[in-house]
Design a protein around this ligand. Structure first.
Ligand code: SF4
Length: 333
């Protein structure tokens, strides 16, 4: 396996999801043997202006897999994964130097949490052909966070809770009584099992200052949760967007779920015939998106502008329950 290739990274990650740590450790060991770090190699970094600049070990795939991920995998493979994983947790925001939560980026300045895409997305269908998360699969730093978080979800939700508590104590997220912290659950990845959904709901109940939202395709798990525990046990600070790309067998569940209060409404990707980023949409293209939504049977539509923190002057549309009957439309890009 070539751990810098997207397909192989996904195969490796699928073993982690399945808790087959023996195989995943073996894969990293073999890859490190076949790809030792070359300290004399020149930096291939695009912006490198100095032809004599040597490659840096820190931040290299070898550094990430050997020094950051292997110890976490070995902890997970031990007889007491939780205890061993706690030894690697700094008590704040990192596990073995990997940040667990992210503060977001220019387009989404919200606290967020991700796991490995595709291999955690049991309800995914058509979205796998345009999933934006795949672009990051060549970035070992990002893969490390996704894999580490997948392992924490497998064995130590307590670490996720402790790390979240620490993050919410940072000046950036400390809020007054009537304020909230927007939290995107699964910027990448999804609810992988009912157990994990329950663990996340437990955490959300403990942090009422969080206003969380997700775009899940794991609709079957929401249905299972409601059948087993009732919709009233879905935390009041959680909002679900029903996004397009769900697996065809779960599509009918959109209608079933739409009636519940925790569901905001549909979030749909529409093909404009060419790739356009939401931030670059013209007025005419926004109009075209809305028209296409009306043609699909939606009565109201809102074109996503792509910058979540300034999406509307009352907050971000995807987290607004009052937009329940509004289809939010975005170009497939
Ligand atoms: S509609 Fe607003 S909140 Fe939703 S994805 Fe687009 S920019 Fe972000």
């Amino acid at each position: 396996m070539e751990l810098t290739k997207r397909e192989d990274v996904l195969k490796f990650a699928a073993l982690v999801v399945a808790k087959d740590y023996n195989s995943s450790i073996q894969i990293i060991d073999n890859w490190l043997q076949d790809n030792p770090f070359d300290y004399n190699a020149m930096s291939q970094f695009k912006g490198n202006k100095n032809p004599n600049k040597k490659k840096k070990y820190l931040g290299s795939p070898q550094n990430i897999y050997q020094d950051k991920l292997l110890p976490i995998l070995k902890a997970a493979n031990s007889s007491n994964p939780k205890e061993e994983l706690y030894k690697l947790f700094d008590g704040k925001g990192k596990i073995n130097n990997i940040s667990i939560f992210s503060d977001g980026n220019a387009k989404l300045k919200f606290l967020n949490f991700s796991t490995m895409p595709k291999v955690n997305c049991g309800g995914a269908g058509g979205c796998l052909s345009f999933c934006y998360s795949f672009k990051s699969l060549r970035n070992p730093n990002v893969v490390a966070r996704w894999v580490a978080n997948t392992i924490l979800e497998n064995h130590a939700f307590e670490i996720l809770e402790d790390s979240l508590r620490w993050n919410l104590g940072r000046a950036k997220y400390r809020v007054g009584l009537d304020q909230v912290v927007d939290f995107r659950l699964y910027n990448d990845g999804d609810f992988q099992s009912l157990d994990k959904m329950i663990s996340w709901f437990d955490i959300l109940n403990k942090f009422p200052q969080l206003q969380s939202y997700a775009y899940s395709k794991s609709l079957h798990l929401f249905k299972n949760f409601i059948d087993e525990y009732g919709a009233e046990n879905i935390p009041s600070n959680f909002v679900l967007n029903l996004s397009s790309g769900v697996h065809p067998i779960y599509k009918p569940l959109k209608k079933v779920l739409a009636k519940y209060d925790f569901v905001r409404g549909e979030f749909i990707g529409i093909d404009l015939g060419k790739k356009v980023k939401p931030t670059e949409l013209t007025k005419e293209q926004k109009q075209e998106l809305r028209q296409k939504a009306y043609a699909m049977g939606f009565k109201k539509a809102f074109a996503c502008g792509g910058i979540c923190q300034s999406c509307t002057n009352q907050g971000h549309a995807c987290g607004m329950r009052k937009l329940k009957d509004v289809a939010i439309v975005t170009p497939i890009h």
